[in-house]
Design a protein around this ligand. Structure first.
Ligand SMILES: NC(=O)c1ccc[n+]([C@@H]2O[C@H](COP(=O)([O-])OP(=O)(O)OC[C@H]3O[C@@H](n4cnc5c(N)ncnc54)[C@H](OP(=O)(O)O)[C@@H]3O)[C@@H](O)[C@H]2O)c1
Length: 254
């Protein structure tokens, strides 16, 4: 895709990967608007020159209001990025985890569906455009400390595939961004293997710029997750990654 003349909305663009990609699209020449809940972050992004829209993806009325405001300001909108997400740790032996599970599904999976539903009529009417959904390497290689997160992202992957099939022939494409661990907001120390967000964004923009744009945006660092099952490394990697449970459930085997 040509990144220099898009009209892009990044829902979940107030921080982290979404904010970095919003800046990259703008730097490439596209018109960019950003959505999210954080008023201070939205105000700072407005000062940077972005269109900003308050939206809570767990609230259908909020999504509808934001959609109306975005389309009034950007009738030429052609790209919608569904970046909003939460990553929560859960101890499944503690029933209190359920609130985290509900929030995770409502934000990551149902929130994605709400945003897509809100903008599908507009993109179909245009007969051209792109949804960029956001999953994770964890959608393909579960990470036991974040069970509902993995389920939500596997769900967004499956949903993206069905959406792509249903929109085939309409001119509206569906691109799934599959990040590996990316260091946002000082997470470099928590996971030294996480990719710096600027390195990740550069690779992502290079893949998005390909013509045709691949259905899945897979940076080098996520290939081991994406293809673990095909490569026969799945069981070993799941077991290895489950060692991280020691932090969450100390003494779990004792
Ligand atoms: N960083 C990683 O290692 C990694 C790896 C794989 C996938 N991902 C995915 O990448 C996406 C961005 O994550 P990030 O790491 O950049 O984290 P982040 O900095 O916490 O960004 C999350 C974004 O989601 C928005 N958001 C959360 N709840 C929302 C809600 N109810 N309504 C609207 N917006 C909401 C936040 O905005 P407000 O708080 O302003 O609402 C923020 O803009 C997520 O979908 C995440 O699952 C991240």
């Amino acid at each position: 895709m040509d990144l220099s003349d898009r009209a892009v909305l990044v829902v979940g663009g107030t921080s982290g990967i979404g904010r970095e990609l919003a800046r990259r699209f703008a730097a490439a020449g596209s018109t960019v608007a950003v959505g999210g809940r954080g008023a201070e972050a939205l105000s700072a992004l407005s000062d940077e020159g972005f269109g900003t829209f308050a939206v809570d993806v767990t609230d259908g009325a909020s999504v509808a209001r934001a959609r109306d405001a975005v389309l009034a300001a950007y009738p030429e909108l052609d790209t919608v990025v569904t970046m909003s997400g939460v990553m929560l740790l859960e101890d499944l032996r503690d029933p209190a985890h359920f609130e985290a599970a509900r929030t995770t599904i409502d934000t990551n999976l149902v929130g994605t569906i709400r945003v897509i539903d809100a903008f599908t009529p507009h993109l179909l009417e245009r007969g051209a455009g792109t949804f960029v959904t956001v999953t994770s390497g964890i959608a393909f290689l579960p990470f036991a400390p974040m069970p509902t997160y993995a389920a939500s992202k596997a769900g967004v992957h499956a949903y993206s595939e069905a959406l792509r099939a249903q929109l085939d022939g309409t001119g509206v494409s569906v691109v799934e961004l599959v990040p590996p661990a990316v260091a946002v907001a000082g997470q470099e120390k928590a996971n030294p293997r996480a990719l710096p967000v600027d390195v990740f964004a550069t690779e992502v923009m290079g893949l998005l710029a390909r013509n045709p744009t691949p259905d899945e945006i897979l940076v080098e660092g996520v290939l081991m997750h994406r293809w673990a099952e095909r490569d026969g490394t799945y069981d070993d990697l799941v077991a290895q990654r489950s060692q991280a449970l020691d932090m969450l459930l100390p003494g779990r085997k004792g």
